[in-house]
Design a binder for this molecule. Structure first.
Ligand code: UDX
Length: 448
């Protein structure tokens, strides 16, 4: 098939590359000339395991093409995916202007029937807006060309996106005619082990499915974080409770890991956007509001522990921070708990020695830009030198089994604050390290 993918951000680039990898011919389109030039030279704008090799390979085979000219792509393709960003607007709603700009261009430049597929995460009703915008442009041209708008939300997880795309657990399609269903079925057939996982529904339900999935997962996390906060107060251990409840198949083990809050490009934005949509229809969505509130507070839980252990005045204190990305295997720092934690600690006077395997450039150039109290270190052990304590924010594999002797040796105080419950309190006690984790009372040998 010949497919245009508009937007070479995270979703567009991964999706386009995976379509090309299955033998389709794909044109990835972006307005950012520098990005397209770089992609043509094999420079990939994001870190995602396996993506770079796949882009290079398919580009060489000419299955994957990059261009800034949408009309070029529309001339040769009959399926056009919209995969541009839907950033959070000031009022919390999804900002649709990039999506609608693309719809306008499609209406302006399409030269034959087009299947227009919405991949971007968009509120219910967006497909109709896309339809109207394309139709308006066609009417201006006095054109009788026809097109279908299809909703096909993505469920990619950063760090695992290639595998999620090549072997999806389900494909959700929102359509209003059978032709559109047929072409989508054909496109996705090679990716699905089981045709039952090709789920067809009306467009509004498909648009809503994406928000419901992300809000459900965010709810599981905030629920566990709330239980953690109760655990700490009553003297129970969330790590044991996680196993105790996860063994119930109805609950399951996934997405019940407590931590210092969820981040990323999806959960915070999508929960907010769904609250906003509900509000527009006169419903307050109290559960979703609480999910968000618990998460905002959770990002500060480690800071509270630091203040209790040290003081509310952290002038002269130095903290090693391990992990800046919102989760492992990505350089993405959007809504990362690390931002909130570092801003708060430095606000209280502390100096930060940070280390992350992939996200330090992002931090330096964007998310912590201008924060002069932050120093970036070459290695996790360099970050510890002379620090008063270690604060672990992201559970990268290289932090799983560190040399605890080395940690103790390098720190001024033998203290670890762990936002991802990576270690065993018992073994840390053997090394003489005080250990603060989420949802468990601290195991403290030494007092500051
Ligand atoms: C998410 C969805 O999982 C994916 O289906 C959707 O398409 C996009 O949004 P992503 O944002 O890449 O994917 O990350 P995910 O692995 O879901 O983690 C999101 C956040 O939740 C991270 O900050 C992570 O640390 C946190 N998390 C996850 C927890 O705190 N506890 C858990 O048990 C799981």
């Amino acid at each position: 098939m010949k497919i245009a993918v508009i937007g070479t951000g995270y979703v567009g680039l991964v999706t386009g590359t995976c379509f090309a990898n299955m033998g389709n011919t794909v044109w990835c389109v972006d307005v950012d000339e520098k990005k397209i030039e770089n992609l043509k030279r094999g420079i990939i704008p994001i870190y995602e395991p396996g993506l770079s090799e796949m882009v290079l390979n398919n580009f060489k085979q000419r299955n994957l093409n990059f261009t800034t000219k949408i009309q070029e792509a529309l001339e040769v393709c009959n399926i056009c995916f919209i995969a541009v960003g839907t950033p959070m607007g000031e009022d919390g709603s999804a900002d649709l202007h990039y999506v609608l700009d693309v719809a306008e261009s499609i209406g302006k430049y399409m030269s034959h029937h087009m299947y227009v597929v919405d991949k971007s995460t968009v509120p219910v009703g967006t497909a109709e807006k896309v339809y109207t915008r394309i139709q308006e442009e066609l009417s201006k041209r006095e054109s009788n060309l026809t097109f279908d708008v299809i909703s096909n939300p993505e469920f990619l997880k950063e760090g695992n996106a290639i595998s999620d795309c090549m072997k999806p657990d389900r494909i959700v399609i929102g359509i209003n005619n059978e032709d559109a269903e047929e072409i989508m079925r054909e496109l996705y057939k090679p990716y699905l082990m089981n045709t039952e996982n090709f789920i067809v529904m009306d467009i509004a339900s498909a648009e809503m499915t994406k928000y419901a999935a992300n809000s459900m997962l965010a709810t599981k996390i905030s629920f566990m974080n709330e239980i953690s906060n109760i655990c700490e107060r009553v003297g129970a251990d969330i790590n044991k409770i996680r196993k105790g409840i996860g063994s119930d198949k109805r609950i399951g083990y996934s997405f019940i890991y407590p931590g210092c809050g969820y981040g990323g490009s999806c959960f915070p934005k999508d929960v907010k956007a769904l609250i906003k949509t509900a509000d527009e229809y006169g419903y307050g969505a109290p559960l979703l509001q609480s999910v968000e509130e618990v998460n905002n507070t959770q990002k500060l839980v480690l800071v509270e522990k630091v203040k209790q252990r040290f003081s509310t005045n952290l002038l002269g204190k130095v903290f090693a921070v391990w992990g800046l990305a919102f989760k492992p295997d990505t350089d993405d720092m959007r809504e990362s708990a690390a931002i909130t934690i570092i801003e708060e600690l430095t606000e209280l006077g502390a100096e930060i020695q940070a280390y992350d395997p992939k996200a330090m450039d992002e931090a330096r150039e964007c998310y912590l830009k201008g924060n002069e109290r932050v120093t970036y270190c070459e290695s996790k052990y360099d970050a510890l030198k002379g620090a008063d304590a270690l604060v672990l924010v992201t559970e990268w594999k290289e932090f799983r089994s560190p040399d605890f002797y080395e940690i103790k040796e390098r720190l001024r105080n033998p203290v670890i604050f762990d936002g991802r419950n990576q270690y065993s309190a018992k073994s840390l006690a053997k090394y003489g390290l005080d250990y603060y984790q989420i949802g468990v009372r601290p195991s403290v040998e030494v007092t500051a």
